[in-house]
Design a protein around this ligand. Structure first.
Ligand code: NAG
Ligand code: NAG
Ligand code: NAG
Ligand code: NAG
Ligand code: NAG
Length: 328
């Protein structure tokens, strides 16, 4: 698949920071890279946020690999050396030092607190290779800690659907649910298409999703990362997503801007490839945080620890949009 090979080249170029002088620039490739940068979101963190995002490298620096019986099998993992393969699926990255109690905090849970926010956003590309030119681009950000989710780490995401080099849809993930939007050339924004219910324990609610996703500074979706919980919303204010037995609300505000396009790590992920070098870590199949402990109570009411223990990373292409291309 020519495009796929070209995307791998793009990946190498972006990740290693090398220049592409030696190879001929490919217009199609250039176009996709331009789209990825032009449509990367502007994410606002809350002004009172204390649990900032981080790079994958930062997280590895503060963890060791343990088995499900808490035996340390690798100290000081990093993206080049972390254990990989099917055997790692029941392993986890455990905090160093370990936590004495489920709601204990370590300094590094604050993430990489630099303002304006500069940490990497991990971009996964899925090219369907269909006659509609369907390509999905998933922007993932990583937070070492989520308030209220105890030791659960968190990957949040925003996606766009491209058809023949034109952005047609976007998806904003909130927690274990989210909403999709359709691009409208007349109004120059994304308009609400459909949203998933919040299903947690005995509570199922129709979340009130914002009606639009606005773009700013060009075509960058303006998103708001909720204080502490990091759920993404496309509108300012308070968003409630669980009523009973407790109320869970996300608070958003324009605090710290995160212009994600300033630091993108583009990955043309192929599930059949065993990556070496900087992408070696993609072969790690385990959880990204400590074993669930004390998460249980919260999990029953919010369902979030199930979501956030890390498996999302191993399905880097969430099924945000059905593909209705006739030949797919
Ligand atoms: C991609 O699609 C083309 C036809 O459009 C086909 O010839 C090719 O085999 C496909 N490649 C893959 C990897 O599916
Ligand atoms: C814990 O797991 C390790 C590695 O899988 C294994 O060698 C060890 O025997 C296990 N220990 C116990 C007490 O089950
Ligand atoms: C775009 O938005 C306008 C104004 O809301 C609406 O009339 C029109 O039908 C929309 N176009 C599409 C393709 O949805
Ligand atoms: C959510 O909305 C749908 C469609 O309006 C309705 O059928 C369903 O009963 C609602 N669910 C809840 C939990 O309110
Ligand atoms: C934001 O979260 C921090 C801790 O996570 C908390 O101390 C603060 O009160 C929160 N602010 C608002 C407005 O919810």
């Amino acid at each position: 698949m020519v495009l796929s090979r070209l995307l791998k080249l793009l990946l190498v170029v972006v990740v290693s920071g090398a220049t592409a002088e030696a190879s001929k620039p490919d217009p199609k490739l250039k176009n996709l890279q331009d789209i990825i940068e032009a449509w990367a979101p502007l994410v606002w963190l809350h002004p009172e946020e204390v649990f900032f995002p981080s790079s994958v490298d930062f997280h590895f620096q503060h963890t060791e690999v343990k088995t499900s019986n808490e035996t340390v099998v690798q100290t000081s993992p990093d993206r080049y050396t972390v254990l990989t393969g099917p055997d790692t699926s029941d392993m986890h990255l455990n905090s160093v030092p370990d936590l004495d109690c489920p709601d204990c905090l370590l300094d590094w849970f604050a993430g990489e607190n630099a303002t304006p926010v500069k940490v990497s956003t991990y971009v996964f590309i899925r090219d369907y290779n269909d006659s509609c030119g369907t390509v999905d681009v998933v922007y993932r950000s990583f937070y070492p800690y989520n308030y209220g989710k105890d030791v659960c780490v968190d990957w949040e995401h925003y996606s766009i659907r491209i058809r023949n080099n034109k952005v047609t849809k976007c998806y904003v993930s909130v927690h274990s649910f989210g909403a999709s939007y359709t691009w409208n050339d007349t109004t120059n924004n994304f308009q609400f298409l459909e949203g998933e219910e919040s299903r947690v324990a005995i509570d199922v609610i129709n979340v009130t999703y914002p009606k639009t996703v606005e773009v700013v500074e060009g075509f960058h979706a303006e998103l708001f990362s909720a204080n502490g919980s990091h759920g993404l919303w496309s509108q300012l204010g308070t968003h409630e997503y669980v009523h009973f037995p407790i109320h869970l609300r996300d608070q958003t505000e324009r605090g710290y801007p995160w212009r994600t396009w300033e630091n993108l790590e583009v990955v043309n992920y192929d599930p059949d490839t065993e990556y070496e070098g900087e992408l070696h870590y993609l072969g790690y199949r385990g959880r990204w945080g400590n074993l669930k402990r004390g998460c249980e109570v919260f999990e029953v009411v919010s369902g979030e620890c199930i979501l956030d223990s890390g498996p999302g990373f191993w399905r880097p292409w969430p099924s945000d949009f059905p593909n209705d291309c006739p030949d797919f």
